[in-house]
Structures are given as structure tokens and as C-alpha cells.
Ligand binder design. Structure first.
Ligand code: PAF
Length: 284
């Protein structure tokens, strides 16, 4: 695996060593890689010839109250894992390379509509930071495809919309959420859970599964289903931020008895100090 912090050098190396029609996949990450990220790399191998992973903890997607400095940085481990997965290139830019003039007055990309819901309510500047850095990474690495996990479903939806709206030539591919044996979606944040919280955490997915079963069995009382699922989770010790049933593509909230057949159940909940996200999509 070759590592570059300057994208032009990375692109020149790809060009020099791989002539002809090669397909480049980018797996953008903030590091602290777990097997969910490695699934993205595995999947990238199925759809492209050259795999570039990026590790960049993007300051623009952290608010002043979120601690950018304490975000886990495990680069040596990440590199080992990426080599095992036969990643061809690691793009490892510095903050100075990505934001040479600083963050203040930086151009940003935002979809206000998709931002004003779900996680965007409690993290109002987060997705703007994500869209901006993802589009910078796309412009720098120029991938044919980019691979994202489905766990961060609002992020995936917003990135897809950005690519479509701005006619970006990169194809977005998504990969199913990787789960622990007890159902908990893998996340870098799971490390923050105490032993007791880790035992409770799988209830998040179990609750989504129960809602999903009810919908599949024909229950279309969406607001009641969400309300009782929220109550369940709160009883288990979560502090639910949202648990909604929405359209899988537009993320529009579904009314009771809506006949939409492509449904997403989305949840964000705090367990102690740790914010956990999960979702289930159903195609009826
Ligand atoms: O999902 C992430 O890890 C980040 O939001 C991303 C897409 C790498 C952008 O910084």
C-alpha cells in the first residue's frame, strides 16, 4: 500500500503504474477502522480495480461543542488493517492540505432540506461539513465509485443527493451495516460504552426489528409504532433523539396509513454519553 498526503502525487502514481481503463474506488473514512469499514474496502474490490482509502478526521463536521481532539486516532492499526485488505493507496491529507486557508469563509455544500431533519436537528452543521469534505475528496482523488456504509443512512442519502444534484461523475455504492453477533451496529463510538451499556445497546436494533415486523405484518399506524418504540427504548435507559418511519429515498416522514412501499425506520439515541445510530429499510 502506498501512502500519499498530496492528491496530485497519488493521481500521478495511479496513472504511471496502471495504464488503460482502470476503475478507481474511494473509501472515505475518518480512521479508527473496524470491520464495518473493512467491509467497505472488500466491497470496493468487487467493483473497482484500484482501491484508495482516505483517512481524514474532518474538522468541518464537528461543532464547537463536539470534541474533535478526542476523536480516536489509531493510524498504525488502521494502516495494518488496510494492508490486510489489499488497499492499493492510502490518502492521508493533513488539515493544512485540506483547508489551507482555514475553515472560516470556506465554501460549503449544504442541502438545507435534508439537513433540517433527523441528526441535522441536534448537529446542525454536521452534514454541511460532510458534504464539503466528501466533494473535496472526490475532486482530489477523482474516483469512479465511492463506497459508504448504510449505518449512517442520512449521510448516505445526502451524499447521493449531492452527487445527483451537482452532476458529480462519481457513482455512490452503499454497503449493508456490519453488526456484532448480538445485533449492535458496528461503530467507532461503541468503544465508549461501559460494560453495562454494551449489554443494553443491542436493544436499539431489536426495537427496530420489532417495528419492522409490525409494518411487514400490515400495521400502518406509524406514529403509534414509533411512540411505543421510543417508550420501550427510554425504559431500557436510552434517551431517544428520534425514532421515525420515513421514505427510504427522500427521508420524508410517513403519515399513518401511508401506502409507501419503500420504508426506512431510523433511530438515534443516547446511551450514557454515547450517541448510537441505526436503521432498517423495508421494501414491502
Ligand atoms: O462517515 C464518515 O466517516 C465521515 O462522515 C466521512 C464520510 C468520511 C466524511 O468525513
Amino acid at each position: 500500500m502506498k501512502t500519499f498526503s498530496q492528491a496530485n502525487e497519488l493521481l500521478a502514481d495511479i496513472k504511471a503504474n496502471h495504464n488503460g481503463q482502470i476503475k478507481v474506488a474511494l473509501v472515505p473514512t475518518m480512521g479508527n477502522l473496524h470491520s464495518g469499514h473493512l467491509q467497505l474496502v472488500k466491497h470496493a474490490h468487487q467493483v473497482a480495480d484500484i482501491i484508495v482509502a482516505s483517512v481524514f478526521v474532518n474538522p468541518m463536521q464537528f461543532s464547537a461543542s463536539e470534541d474533535l481532539n478526542s476523536y480516536p486516532r489509531t493510524l498504525d492499526d488502521d494502516i495494518k488493517k488496510l494492508i490486510v485488505e489489499k488497499t492499493d493507496y492510502l490518502f492521508l491529507p493533513t488539515v493544512d492540505i485540506m483547508y489551507p486557508d482555514g475553515l472560516k469563509n470556506h465554501t460549503s455544500i449544504n442541502n438545507q432540506h435534508l439537513n433540517d431533519m433527523l441528526c441535522g436537528i441536534s448537529r446542525p452543521t454536521h452534514f454541511q461539513g460532510v458534504c464539503t469534505v466528501v466533494s473535496k475528496l472526490f475532486n482530489l482523488v477523482r474516483p469512479d465509485v465511492a463506497v459508504f456504509g448504510e449505518k449512517d443512512f442520512q449521510q448516505l442519502t445526502i451524499v447521493k443527493k449531492m452527487v445527483a444534484d451537482l452532476c458529480m461523475p462519481t457513482q455512490i455504492i452503499s454497503v449493508a451495516t456490519e453488526r456484532a453477533g448480538d445485533g449492535l451496529a458496528l461503530s467507532s463510538r461503541n468503544h465508549y460504552l461501559t460494560t453495562d451499556q454494551r449489554k443494553i445497546a443491542p436493544q436499539l436494533y431489536a426495537t427496530l426489528q420489532a417495528v419492522s415486523r409490525s409494518i411487514i405484518n400490515g400495521d400502518r399506524r406509524f406514529s403509534q409504532l414509533c411512540q411505543s418504540a421510543r417508550e420501550q427504548l427510554n425504559k431500557h435507559g436510552f434517551k431517544v433523539d428520534y425514532l421515525d418511519i420515513r421514505d427510504q429515498h427522500t427521508l420524508a416522514l410517513l403519515d399513518n396509513n401511508d401506502t409507501n412501499s419503500e420504508v426506512a425506520i431510523l433511530v438515534a439515541a443516547q446511551l450514557g454519553d454515547t450517541r448510537l445510530l441505526d436503521n432498517i429499510r423495508i421494501n414491502l
